[in-house]
Structures are given as C-alpha cells and as structure tokens.
Design a protein around this ligand. Structure first.
Ligand code: ATP
Length: 450
C-alpha cells in the first residue's frame, strides 16, 4: 500500500459506530456520509478506492433497499470502487444479494475492528493492483490490441496484417458485413510508417454516385452549382497517409476508371481544376461482395481489381472462428458497461453457450449490438440469454458427416496456407496433394479470390 493516507468513505448513520471507526482506522483518511445523497457527493469529491457502507440507511434504516440503491449508485459513478457492505448480525442473505449486485465484500455488525481493518487493507491492495494493471495495459496498447482473436484462422489474419502493414502494398480486405474490415484497415495503418499521418476513410456505398467523385477528388470554386469554395477531396486529405475505400465493390464504373488512372499516375485533378496534384497515399480497400462475380457481370473492372489487390486479406465470418465469439463478447460487454456506467459483470453460463452456438449472420457488429442492448436493458448483474435475445440451448444441429469433412478440410487448408505464408506450391506439398487439386479446394471453400 502507498504511504500517503488513502481516503476511505464510511457510509453509516449510527454516530456511535462512526466515532469508533474514525479512531480505529487511522491509517486511512476517513470521510463520512449518513445517507445516499451525501455518499455520492463524497465519492465525487474524494474518489475513495474503498467504501464501507451500512446496508440499513435512512429513509429505510431497518431494511436494505436504500443501502442497495446507494451501493449501485456509487458503482455507477465509480465502477472500480471496492464496496464493503455492513449488514445486521445474521443477515447473510442481504450480504449475498449485495455481492451479486457488485459489492466487493461484507462484514456483520458488531464489527471486530481488527478483522475489519484486514478486509479494508485487502480491498485497497486489490484496487491498487487493478489500477497498476490498467495503467500497464494502457501503456503498451499495441495497434492490434483492440482486435480480440483466439481462433487459428483469425490469428493467421493478424500475422498477415503484421507482415503487410510496413509495406506500401495496395490491400483488399474481404469479409462479410461486420467482420472487422475497418478495424483491420486501421491496424494496417497504425502498424505502418504512416501511422502519424492521416487515416482517411470513405464508404463508397454510403455516398450517392453523383457526390462520390467530388468527395474523392475535391473541386474548385465554381466547378458546379453550389461549389462555393475550393475543397480538397479525400484522396488529397490522405496525402502522406492512408486512404481506406470501404465497399469499393459499390463504386460506379466511371469512377473506377478515374481511380485506376490515379493508381497508375498518382496525381489527381480536382473537379473543375486544371492542375495535376501529386498525392502520396497508401490505398486500402474493403468489400463484402464477391469481386469475381462482380467482374463476371461487368460491374467491376478487372484491371482495377488487380491494382487494388496486390495483397488480399480474407477475414473469416465469426461462425468460422473457433473460440472467438465468447472472448469478443466479454470484451464488448466490458466496454459497454464502462461506456454506459452499468455494473454488469459478465454472462450467465446459458448465455455463454448461446453465444458459442449462434451463427452470427451479422458477425461482430450484430454481437456488439446485442451486447450493448443487453447491458443497457438488463436488470441482472449477469447478462442472460433473454437479455441477448437468443434462445437458450439453441445449439447447432448435430453436424452431418459432410459438414464435419468440409470443416476439417477447410481447417487443414487454412493451417497449411498460414504455415507456408500463402505459398501454394509449398502448401500443396505439405498437404500431399497436387497444386491444381489445392487450387480447386481453395476455390470451393472460397479461400481464393478470382
Ligand atoms: N476482433 C474484434 N475484436 C473486438 N471488436 C471487434 C473485432 N472485430 C470487429 N470488432 C468491432 O465490431 C464492429 C464492426 O467492425 P468493423 O466496422 O471493422 O466491421 P466491417 O467489416 O468494416 O463492417 P461493415 O461491413 O458493416 O462496414 C466495430 O465496432 C469493431 O470495433
């Protein structure tokens, strides 16, 4: 424990006990409150790490409702606080309920002051350890730290990201909606030597075709009605940094031609302008669409595809990432609880099973939405299946032999490709098959683009 006296908030309406505590806990700097309102005021002012709180507070000194409410308010205000609740002798069930609602520990009246001091010291010590741990985490947040991954195929994606990031290679990130494409793009930028320069993102599907060109290339004053002043486009704004073209599969064909020209010549001309402006950007693109299909139907230029896909990163859907859903859900719950000031501590075991077995068609974005909603709406300390809107026990049906074979095949392909860093000849050799057979399998499992 640190040397300076730490503030200790004592929420107690019995003046005799208050006096006794003041004299016996002298290694702390005690501050007092006799009711909920005063307690919250003291928490705001002194930010104590440990609070000693009577459960019987006015206007309900013989019950526990006010005490429980006070405790929850304090945790909402300062979630890391260690609250030790004081119960009437023999009132074990209230103590257990308080722990369920987020109290750290409890002791029964009349207090044995030596024991109480040990409990407070321990709470203070744990609080300090937690703070140190958090500070350490903050200090070495790697650019990949916010990407939670435990599955082999996602860890392979992260290894690919680490290799590709320091290069200037134009990269296409493919994956279903909500799989984390933008998160990966940001990580590629933050791990590159452009990390201190701008990361500019534009969603080609969210901007009407007529505006996309001026958004990307900028315009001169008077270039069109409403062009009141010279405005640089996103490409120019990303100069020296990274430009992320999200949903590039939705880019209209005439703009695709312009983008291709830019990628070849690395200069832009603003709309209505005559000067060529050199721009140095690294281009990252993403799409949830099957580009090979778009090329076949003529909706995407093949030459542009080759330009933007020097490297292709394929992000697997959540249902194919073995062991990822639960740790991601836990991290999202922690973030949501912090953001919304809720004391929700985890998932019930039913909820964990449901998270594992649900197919997550909307991937992590859907998981995030369900967890957020649950954290805001739940009245339980642990999020349940119902809070998540999932059906308990809705496990996957027993897998057919074909499903099992397909999964094993896909896993072996994934593994071989990651061991051989994407080298197809080596991967084929490792798997004991010919290169054309490997090619066919990769195509069948959609692990190969075009
Ligand atoms: N592995 C992960 N760990 C933690 N959070 C994640 C992970 N992957 C994605 N997320 C979160 O899920 C949300 C969706 O991710 P993101 O926007 O990167 O997906 P996307 O594929 O670009 O989505 P869309 O196709 O809808 O644009 C974001 O809030 C992101 O922070």
């Amino acid at each position: 424990m640190k040397n300076e006296r730490q503030p200790l908030l004592i929420v107690e309406d019995d003046p005799g006990l208050t006096r006794q505590l003041r004299w016996s806990l002298e290694k702390y700097d005690p501050v007092f409150a006799a009711d909920r309102e005063e307690a919250l005021k003291q928490v705001r002012q002194h930010q104590p790490s440990v609070v000693l709180q009577d459960l019987g507070l006015p206007p309900d000194p013989n019950g526990t409702a006010e005490g429980m409410a006070c405790m929850q308010d304090i945790l909402r205000l300062a979630p890391d606080t260690k609250i030790i609740v004081v119960t009437g002798n023999g009132d074990q069930s209230s103590a257990v309920r308080a722990i369920g609602l987020g109290a750290w520990d409890f002791y029964a009246k009349p207090p044995d002051l030596d024991v109480l001091e040990v409990i407070i010291d321990r709470a203070q010590h744990i609080w300090e350890l937690e703070q140190e741990h958090k500070a350490l985490q903050r200090r070495d947040v790697s650019p990949l730290a916010d990407i939670i991954a435990a599955s082999r195929n996602m860890l392979a994606v992260l290894r690919q990201v680490e290799k590709v990031a320091p290069t200037r290679a134009t990269t296409l990130i493919q994956g279903e909606t909500g799989t984390g494409k933008e998160l990966i793009a940001r990580a590629l930028h933050r791990l590159s030597d452009r990390a201190d320069q701008p990361f500019v993102a534009i969603n080609c599907a969210a901007i009407p075709d007529t505006l996309l060109e001026s958004e990307l290339f900028g315009y001169e004053k008077g270039a069109f009605t409403g062009a009141a002043r010279q405005t640089p486009g996103k490409i120019e704004l990303a100069d020296q940094g990274t430009l992320f073209l999200d949903e590039i599969g939705d880019m209209p064909l005439d703009l695709q031609a312009k983008l291709l020209r830019f990628l070849q010549e690395r200069v832009i001309e603003r709309l209505g302008g005559r000067n060529e402006i050199p721009v140095d950007v690294r281009i990252l693109c993403a799409t949830h669409r099957d580009v090979s299909e778009l090329i076949k139907t003529g909706a995407f230029r093949e030459d542009l595809y080759y330009r933007v896909s020097e490297i292709v990163i394929h992000i697997p859907p959540l249902r194919e990432r073995d062991g990822d859903a639960v740790p991601i859900a836990q991290e999202l719950l922690r973030r949501a609880a912090e953001q919304h000031g809720r004391t929700v501590r985890g998932f019930t075991s039913d909820a964990i099973l449901a998270i594992e077995s649900y197919a997550w068609p909307g991937n992590i974005r859907e998981l995030e939405n369900r967890v957020n909603r649950a954290v805001i709406m739940t009245e339980n300390p642990m999020v349940t299946c119902e809070d998540l809107g999932l059906v308990p026990g809705e496990a996957n049906p027993f897998p057919t032999l074909k499903m099992t074979r397909d999964n094993a095949e896909k896993e072996a392909l994934d593994h071989a490709l990651s061991v051989c860093s994407g080298n197809l000849s080596k991967a084929a050799e490792l798997l004991g098959i010919s290169r054309p057979t490997l090619y066919d399998l990769l195509k069948r499992h959609r692990l190969l683009q075009v």
